[in-house]
Ligand binder design. Structure first.
Ligand code: ATP
Length: 238
């Protein structure tokens, strides 16, 4: 069996002594789309922030392509090919679309062949190309989310971690974001999709993990999760 590209084992994190993640283990194989699901406060963001080096785990291992990366700084994790698109987008509103992408392109991994990467990324997002010289803050919510994803892409990651990309978007834009995830995956990108929107995300992710109170409550394929009595009651209101 192929080793997973990313494997996290026994992750734990507390904010100033208040535990948020108790014990999270998960694996992602190359080429997969995996969903990390759960209600508000379940520990999804804390988990992915540990994966991306934003938070240093109190305990646990994160192995990426055979190397233990737990506790590495975020820029080092990025250099190794993991890009986090954080919740809330975090773009620079006063800077233009192009400047936002250029700033994201200053990492060593991105700098190599940047002009070509930028061209490829803008080909995925024609709206961003049209608005390249416009202040990022003047974009619509959906366009800002696209820009946040584009910022991740200019680093030429092997794994994209998208933290609630559909948050606050109108249903049509949510569909556009999920279509984009599917499209990126078809081009070879491995994706960890963090979502509260279980039904939508399991349309694109083949399998998922459901977090509850800082632990993995359930894991399985999309159909198995959608059929699970607990999931149906707690997430789908059935
Ligand atoms: P959401 O969808 O709201 O982002 P989540 O599943 O991503 O939820 P986390 O953001 O990881 O959950 O939060 C897990 C727990 O940690 C929650 O109880 C939250 O209140 C707490 N928490 C998150 N960030 C901080 C912080 N900076 N300081 C203190 N507690 C925090």
């Amino acid at each position: 069996m192929a080793l997973p590209a990313l494997h996290a084992d026994g992750l734990r994190y507390a904010y100033r002594g208040v535990p948020a993640v108790y014990d999270v283990s998960l694996g992602i194989e190359e080429g997969e789309i995996v969903a990390l699901l759960g209600a508000n406060g379940a520990g999804k963001s804390t988990t992915v922030n540990m994966l991306a080096g934003v938070l240093r785990p109190d305990a646990g291992r994160i192995v990426w392509k055979g190397e233990d990366i737990a506790g590495l700084a975020a820029h080092r994790v990025m250099e190794r090919g993991i890009a986090l698109v954080p919740e809330g987008r975090l773009i620079f509103p006063q800077m233009t679309v192009l400047e936002n992408l250029q700033v994201a392109g200053t990492s060593r991994r991105a700098a190599d062949g940047f002009a070509r990467t930028l061209d490829e990324v803008l080909a995925v997002f024609p709206r961003l190309r049209e608005r390249a010289d416009q202040a990022a803050g003047s974009l619509s919510g959906g366009e800002q989310q696209m820009l946040a994803i584009a910022r991740g892409l200019v680093g030429r990651p092997a794994l994209m971690v998208l933290d609630e990309p559909s948050l606050g978007l109108a249903p049509m834009l949510v569909r556009a974001v999920f279509d984009l995830v599917r499209d990126l995956n078809a081009r070879g990108m491995t994706v960890l999709l963090v979502e509260q929107n279980l039904r939508q995300s399991l349309k694109v992710a083949a399998r998922g993990y459901v977090l509850e109170k800082g632990r993995v409550a359930l894991a399985g394929t999309g159909p198995a999760l959608l059929d699970d009595p607990y999931v149906r009651q707690a997430f789908l209101g059935l």
